[in-house]
Design a protein around this ligand. Sequence first.
Ligand code: ADP
Ligand code: MG
Length: 697
Amino acid sequence: MRPAALDPLFAPLTTLKGIGPKLERPFARLLGAETPRVVDLLFHMPSGFVDRRSRPTIAAAVPETDVTLEVRVDGHQPPPPGSRSPHRTFVSDPSGDLVIAHFKMDPAFLERLLPVGATRWLCGRITLYDGMRQMTHPDRILDAAGLARLPPIEPVYPLVEGLSGGQVRRAIAAALDGVPTLGEPVPGGILAAEGWPDLKTALRRVHQPSEIADISVTGAAWQRLAFQELFAHQIALGLVRVRQAEIGGRATRGDGRLAEAVRLSLPFALTRSQESAVAAIRADIASDRRMLRLLQGDVGSGKTVVGLLAAALVIEAGRQAALMAPTEVLARQHYDTIAPLAARAGIATAILTGREKGRARAAILDDLAAGRTGLLVGTHAVIQPDVAFADLALAIIDEQHRFGVEQRLALTRKGEAADMLLMTATPIPRTLVLTLFGDMAVCELREKPPGRQAIDTRTVSLERLGEVIEAIGRALEAGAQVYWICPLVDESDASDLAAATERHAMLAARFGRRVDLVHGRLSGTQKDAAMARFAAGETGILVATTVVEVGVNVPNATLMVIEHAERFGLSQLHQLRGRVGRGDKPSTCLLLYRGPLGETAKARLAMLRASDDGFAIAEEDLRLRGEGDVLGTRQSGFPGFDLARLDMHGPLLDTARAAAAVLLARDPHLSAPDSAAARTLLYLHKRDAAMRLLSAG
Ligand code: ADP
Ligand code: MG
């Protein structure tokens, strides 16, 4: 049970003054939560700030820097009717004068806002225009009362459409007023040594800074917040380890017969890194400790085969394996790859997704419970309560980050001390593996299978859409297939879906029935049918939202067009690009963007053009993203951390690990009364699944 002290923080955002049902939706998108809670908002960190303390005279103001000017309003000059020129307001101070320019604004409104003869304070940046000092659309126009309320340093937040910075700041101010005083989870020695404030003070300083150190990512306030989040994460990892050690493992040793048969049925030789991954997994499975291993491999590096060989190792010992994938499409694809190989090796496989129903499903469950099925491939359907194995020894989880801890554990719990193999195609920089996974064993598939061709990646402005369409025409004529990706930032966002539908219609008008469309709102059956038509070559162009992001394998597809590339994370683009270049023909990836691009966006796309190494791209993504995600989205990169910026707060990690170890050495189940603050911390940072794990047998 969540400690009652946290109730105000876990209340829906709509309980805050000023946030009604209408604002809830944009906040939900901003915070990436269906029903956003107060804590989600408090953990929405600034991406920058504006210093309002600089108060020069007009003459002394440095152009292009943020200033607050005290001025007298001298007069107005509305634009002539029908003209595109701005409304000009003339203002001055004893040092000089300045023109305020407002485009497309009601002159009457501006004359009320800036009455002639009055004193006003303007926040913004001045530029020199035709030798005149000008301020275009000031950030703020204040009277004396407004000035008194002006924060000295104003945080800037990532935003979404439909929300202004002011709305976010006001909501956060309301949230800050309700932060309860909680027990201090950070060990006193660390607090004292670092000089960190308590939680409430730290939140207030970051969101309502009075000096730059308050809002700085490396300042004491933010460091404290980052530390407590890393601490919570380390405690949760520690609890999982305690649990693993308590249940122990089971040694599984086969005779090598099936693994050998699988190898013989492969049309290729394993790469060196596949070989060493299989060897590491074999050793883990044979040991009587429980395996918890992460198999990292860039797209196309051949993880599926490693998974199949791992399964063979337990099946030849008379036990069972399960492979769980996050989507129907992926589960089917794994199954289609695995089933023929497994059949040749004499391994009985089955698939279980939401689509197996009634008698067919009952038969699958029967075979599974009787031990007739060696390997079960499926979606979340495999963790339904009535799915029982005869003796599950190995749980393989593909695209592990798409599952919650509880779902992953639910699968292992279907076996007795089952080993767990997590797979991911999201390259995680080495510096971060430790943070995210603690001392989980990791193996990497660094090399690509031989014979792959480099993908020619180019950035193209959307203005050149016509040329892109021509290129598609040529590719189709040459017998190639084409992916066309439209971004779908939010599955429920109708406008994104409309964009994909519209693009589909436009391409269909040109290329006819060879154009197909697949998106998240289609049913599993519809999606699979569309994917199957594409894989079979019945369709030539597949317009898709990011459902093809992971794992999909159509070797004949050699052209990938990604629309609005600037909206995707780098690693995500790399993943998408990995859908082509899977056969032996040269492939091309066109990144369509809507200009003009900012510096960071340019650098990101350039990186992608220059590199084909998912790990290098991930490192660079992290560096470029730094403290402020330019796009304001939270979905790319490393899920699960709200406060800690892994590039900036890495140095805190060792301390957090050590502190968690001390805590758990004293109280391994976190059950002692004086562990209350640490228990609360786990809930606060949504790591409480680790606690339930200890109580759930
Ligand atoms: P991913 O790591 O992205 O899941 P897959 O497992 O889908 O990659 O493998 C991508 C493709 O490479 C598949 O067609 C697979 O059969 C093939 N493949 C895997 N290992 C090798 C290898 N050692 N040599 C040649 N092709 C391989
Ligand atoms: Mg895969």
